[in-house]
Design a protein around this ligand. Structure first.
Ligand code: NDP
Ligand code: 8X3
Length: 252
């Protein structure tokens, strides 16, 4: 049966691939992000290719009022969200803690932690009232292991892991599944954003090995929603075969 699936950060990378994967199965999609033109482009593509309904909502997950308005003003036919994928997130900078850029820290904590919380706070009550739903939080291997100069980004992703566990505990009595998906290195806009548009540095991250593709992560996210009602995946770490830990790579 088709579901209503909301994916944050659907303008690129994992979010775009996740929206495409769910749409391919005939699900109705709510896609969000800050870049309106990209949302429009994806909406048109999904409607045309998969004949699904698509609602695009352009807002910043860091803005509490925008998040509240986006969810509380959903048209009636879009209110029954079955799956929330909290994917919007970013790393900004890679500095030792004593040289950290405060604005980078704010952006990571506000987006990865507070943005995810805001979305959850407004969507979870809908699921609670329906006594069903599935929340999938995109964490990272950086939320399992700390690596040099990862300090605040790792902290934000450890927070995602902890918040996911807390969410699961609080919602278990409401029949809501809560899953943490923690990917390793993946070739998206992630490194371009982390290195503030420095494409040479960003491309260097993925040299010498095959990183995850956005579609690989989308497949895992889709998979966790396909299991029987009584089966819940709590936590998945999905890595490139050539990556053994946050810092151990087999590069040629
Ligand atoms: P991308 O940069 O390709 O995509 C990030 C998405 O998040 C974009 O759609 C962007 O949309 C959205 N986003 C960022 N900030 C905001 C905001 N304030 N409000 C709304 N949307 C926002 O990176 P990925 O696809 O790689 O990243 C997706 C998630 O996966 C992130 O949480 C990231 O931390 C995590 N991750 C990434 C890994 C990687 O190696 N690539 C590995 C492990 C986890 P827009 O700019 O339009 O707002
Ligand atoms: C993204 C993967 O290892 O660059 O979360 O932090 S990593």
């Amino acid at each position: 049966m088709k579901k209503t699936v909301l994916v944050t950060g659907a303008t690129s990378g994992f979010g775009k691939a996740i929206a495409t994967r769910f749409a391919k199965e005939g699900n109705d999609m709510i896609i969000t992000g800050r870049r309106e033109a990209l949302l429009m482009e994806l909406s048109a593509e999904l409607r045309k290719k998969f004949k699904v309904e698509v609602l695009s909502l352009c807002f910043d997950v860091r803005d509490l009022e925008e998040v509240e308005f986006a969810i509380s003003s959903l048209p009636e036919e879009w209110k029954d969200i079955d799956v929330l994928v909290n994917n919007a997130g970013l790393a900004v900078g890679l500095n030792p803690i004593h040289e950290g850029v405060i604005d980078d820290w704010e952006r990571m904590i506000d987006t990865n932690v507070k943005g995810l919380l805001y979305m959850t706070r407004f969507v979870a009550p809908i699921m609670v009232s329906r006594e069903k739903g599935h929340i999938i939080n995109i964490g990272s291997v950086a939320g399992k292991e700390v690596y040099p100069m990862g300090n605040v980004y790792c902290g934000s992703k450890f927070a995602v892991d902890a918040i996911t566990k807390g969410t699961r505990i609080d919602l278990v009595t409401h029949n809501i599944k809560v899953t943490h998906v923690a990917p390793g290195a993946a070739d998206t806009e992630f490194s371009l954003v982390r290195f503030k548009g420095d494409k040479v540095r960003a491309d260097g991250v993925y040299k010498g090995f095959k990183p995850l593709q956005a579609e690989d992560v989308a497949e895992v996210v889709y998979y966790v929603t396909t299991l029987p009602a009584h089966v819940s995946i709590h936590d998945i770490v999905v890595m490139p075969t050539a990556q053994a830990s946050a810092v151990n790579f087999f590069k040629v």
